[in-house]
Design a protein around this ligand. Structure first.
Ligand code: DQA
Length: 151
């Protein structure tokens, strides 16, 4: 039987378009474009298709998640600042019947008090935090593992 190609929706939350110039001591020098390139290379190796979106708008992220329908098999998300504030994004992830993984470049548990809690973590399958751009690649492998038939 022919194996169906899995589709992964990658969502980058607010301010991540500034990676490379934004607080490089915390987030490093790698740009979002470069992270997306690395993700696409990894996706090719893993044999999955990516749809990658960056948005600074909570409602737009909620729409993206809610509109996945049957076209998306899993979600990889860095909710950025919305991690700590957005009940709406949490509810959207919880509402859709696809597995999801949360990623963070920085280790949110080693930073300011307000960053140490994630409203998103309880509704995703798992979280990767603190490995810089590698967090995304680890997250992608994890999410592909969740949807691949032979696991
Ligand atoms: C972040 C951590 C968040 O606390 C912060 O608001 C971000 C980026 C990370 O990837 O480390 O914008 O999600």
């Amino acid at each position: 039987m022919k194996k169906e190609v899995k589709h992964i929706l990658v969502i980058h939350g607010p301010n991540l378009q500034l990676l490379g110039e934004r607080e490089p001591d915390i987030y490093g020098a790698v740009t979002l474009e470069e992270i997306n390139l690395r993700l696409r290379k990894e996706a090719e190796i893993l044999g999955v298709e990516l749809r990658i979106v960056q948005s600074n708008h909570e409602g737009e992220i909620v729409d993206l998640i809610g509109d996945t329908g049957s076209s998306i098999d899993a979600i990889l998300i860095n909710p950025a600042a919305y991690t700590h504030t957005s009940v709406a994004i949490r509810d959207a992830l919880s509402a859709v019947a696809v597995p999801s993984v949360e990623v963070h470049l920085s280790n949110i548990y080693s930073r300011e008090e307000f960053r140490r809690s994630s409203l998103i973590a309880p509704v995703v399958t798992g979280q990767v935090s603190g490995f810089g751009p590698e967090s995304y690649l680890l997250g992608l492998r994890a999410v592909v593992g969740l949807v691949s038939a032979d696991i």
